[in-house]
Design a protein around this ligand. Structure first.
Ligand SMILES: Nc1ncnc2c1ncn2[C@@H]1O[C@H](COP(=O)(O)OP(=O)(O)OP(=O)(O)O)[C@@H](O)[C@H]1O
Length: 299
């Protein structure tokens, strides 16, 4: 059960929004799709969903083209939330579930389970417009997963949620994945992607600039972060050979260094300069990688 995109391109007139993109997303995968504003993420999603025609390339599920008229394999949480404000939650979800070929009873029992899980059983008979934005998002999520899709596409699922609801939704997303669904999600929040995804793709102006397994991407990035906390001033490290970036933090500094060996030289240079409270080498964060790969020409 693999989603395959082969050399997919989308042009809007003169503008190429997605440029020769190839991706493979296997079963039970949690795939992170990143990129700055306007990089082409939503356009890619809309092509996968059959809402937009491709200019070139192929999209297949399990080796076959998706029949959008008949198929119920996909669930979608759009970036612009699209619920009907005047409808009650129950009416709304029943309507959407029926469109996907479900029976009313089955829909209601699934909805009950989800509302319990999100700790809002009382929303069943509330109108969508009576709910806060965050709670509307939970309902929108339920509408995307009610039919147990094989592939779930989440466009910025955590935006606008408070930390408690982010955790609740993350757990729900992970459970949906465990039940066998492949998930692709976009986010501007690197920590969420870092925490949840095994594989990812960073798009820039429609082209992938980083792609693959998160662990491998981090390893091959080379540069590391070094956090030093000390009583003495560490300003001299700004000019230290092999230090690519210096950031002052509370109690010390966070450095980006060219390679691990530089940390040894820094350690030696710190000898005799007072008490060192922290000296820790860290993997580069996804944020560091994103900023280096996309940041230079970030619009
Ligand atoms: N229907 C359209 N007609 C013309 N241009 C479009 C259309 N839809 C998208 N674009 C352009 O395609 C590019 C990619 O847009 P897209 O919405 O896919 O980006 P995105 O990565 O989802 O951005 P964001 O993170 O801001 O949501 C943008 O330059 C956008 O202006």
């Amino acid at each position: 059960m693999t989603l395959l995109l082969e050399n997919v391109t989308k042009r809007f007139g003169e503008h190429t929004a997605v440029n020769n993109l190839s991706l493979e997303i296997p079963e039970r995968e949690m795939f992170g799709f990143l990129g700055g504003n306007g990089a082409g993420k939503t356009t890619t999603f809309r092509m996968i969903l059959g809402l937009l025609d491709k200019s070139a390339g192929e999209i297949s599920w399990n080796g076959e083209q998706i029949n959008y008229e008949k198929s119920n394999i996909i669930g979608y949480l759009p970036e612009e939330r699209g619920l009907y404000p005047k409808l009650k939650v129950k009416e709304q979800i029943i309507y959407l579930g029926r469109l996907r070929g479900m029976k009313k009873q089955e829909i209601v029992s699934e909805l009950e389970k989800w509302l319990e899980r999100f700790k809002v059983p009382e929303y069943m008979d509330k109108k969508v417009e009576e709910l806060s934005k965050g709670n509307q998002q939970k309902i929108q999520f339920i509408s995307a997963v009610i039919h147990k899709p094989k592939l779930l596409i989440l466009d910025e699922p955590f935006s606008g949620l408070d930390p408690v609801n982010v955790e609740m939704l993350k757990e729900a997303v992970l459970d949906v994945k465990e039940s066998g669904t492949s998930i692709v999600f976009s986010s501007h929040q690197m920590d969420h992607v870092e925490e949840m995804c095994e594989h990812l793709c960073i798009l820039q102006k429609g082209k992938p600039v980083v792609q693959g397994a998160l662990r491998k991407i981090k390893r091959s990035f080379g540069k590391k972060n070094l956090v030093v906390h000390a009583d003495e001033s560490l300003e001299f490290l700004k000019e230290f050979p092999g230090v690519v970036n210096y950031k002052k933090v509370m109690d010390g500094c966070k450095l980006q260094i060219e390679e691990e060996a530089v940390s040894q030289e820094i350690l030696q240079a710190l000898q005799g300069k007072g008490f060192i409270r922290k000296f820790e080498l860290e993997e580069p964060s996804l944020n560091d990688i994103f900023i280096e790969k996309v940041g230079a020409s970030y619009e």
